[in-house]
Design a protein around this ligand. Structure first.
Ligand SMILES: Cc1cc2nc3c(=O)[nH]c(=O)nc-3n(C[C@H](O)[C@H](O)[C@H](O)COP(=O)(O)OP(=O)(O)OC[C@H]3O[C@@H](n4cnc5c(N)ncnc54)[C@H](O)[C@@H]3O)c2cc1C
Ligand code: FES
Length: 255
């Protein structure tokens, strides 16, 4: 798919909690066909030391208004600067980058499992699957009830199962502790979030012969297969997370 370098305009910068915000942006051109799991590389202006573009998953897409949403957690200088962007300011994107999640088989029971800000690609994926006639269930894990984000959005996609580490909302524990994962008899699980959580879900899926795809967030520089700083060890050798991923079938990963 051809890559584009384009300016987008901020239509909204909405804080969800102390360190997570949603950037809603729109472009002047029609969006290409975007796939869930793909990401964009964002140029961060006015942030000395943030020379390289920063990668973010496509969180939501509105083709009618040429609009995209990014769900961003403040991690350092670049994301701190992005958190200060205001309506009307511009953002330069290289996109669409990376591969995408695959579609499940027709009658598969599907679970989208995500934790914290790692849920970013799951909203677009959930809406996409629903538009294709699938009925995914969603399992979301957060540290506590105050960290829960965008629940209404996920309720509009399918049945939502919630778990918090302190038990302040939903079940208590980690995503892999939720009974729906163990008793749900899913055939296809899509997972995004902190790596320990994805590895735990992957272990469960491997031992239960459940298909599972994860989205990796390796450190990246170029974003298009040149610098090799994003490689990940797979059964096919070292692969670039930016072009061969970020979505991998767990059977490929040497975890
Ligand atoms: C394909 C892909 C999709 C991503 N999607 C999202 C998303 O949707 N929302 C979101 O909030 N973040 C996402 N990330 C992570 C995001 O790119 C980093 O948090 C961001 O680049 C940090 O930039 P910074 O300048 O604020 O931090 P820096 O000053 O560069 O670093 C601050 C800290 O964050 C760590 N860090 C930097 N990059 C990453 C990374 N890729 N993964 C984990 N830790 C990192 C650094 O090691 C350091 O400890 C994604 C990363 C990849 C590779
Ligand atoms: S980020 Fe440069 S090769 Fe992947």
């Amino acid at each position: 798919m051809a890559k584009r370098i384009e300016d987008f305009t901020i239509s909204e910068n909405r804080r969800l909690n102390d360190d997570i915000f949603v950037l809603a942006i729109f472009g002047n051109n029609y969006l290409p066909d975007l796939r869930p799991g793909q990401f964009v590389q964002v140029k961060v202006n006015d942030s000395p030391g943030t020379f390289l573009r920063r990668p973010f998953s496509i969180h939501d897409v509105d083709y009618e208004h040429n609009a995209i949403k990014l769900l961003i957690q403040i991690a350092g200088k670049g994301t701190e600067r992005l958190s200060k962007l205001r309506e009307g300011e511009h953002l330069n994107l290289v996109y669409p980058l990376g591969n995408s999640f695959t579609l499940p088989a027709d009658n598969d029971r599907i679970l989208l499992a995500g934790g914290g800000c790692g849920v970013a690609p799951l909203l677009f994926l959930g809406k996409y699957l629903k538009s294709k006639g699938f009925r995914p269930e969603i399992l979301l894990g957060f540290r506590n009830s105050e960290r829960i984000i965008e629940l209404d959005e996920y309720h509009s996609i399918g049945q939502v199962h919630l778990i918090t580490e302190d038990g302040s909302k939903g079940e208590k524990g980690f995503v892999t502790d939720h009974p729906v994962l163990r008793n749900g008899h899913f055939e296809h699980i899509y997972c995004c979030g902190p790596q320990p959580m994805m590895k735990a879900v992957a272990r469960y899926c491997l031992s239960n012969n459940t298909a599972c795809e994860v989205s990796l967030e390796n450190l990246m520089a170029c974003g298009f297969g040149v610098c090799l700083c994003c490689v990940t060890d797979t059964v096919r050798g070292n692969l670039c997370t930016c072009i061969d991923g970020p979505v991998f079938n767990i059977k490929e990963l040497k975890w």
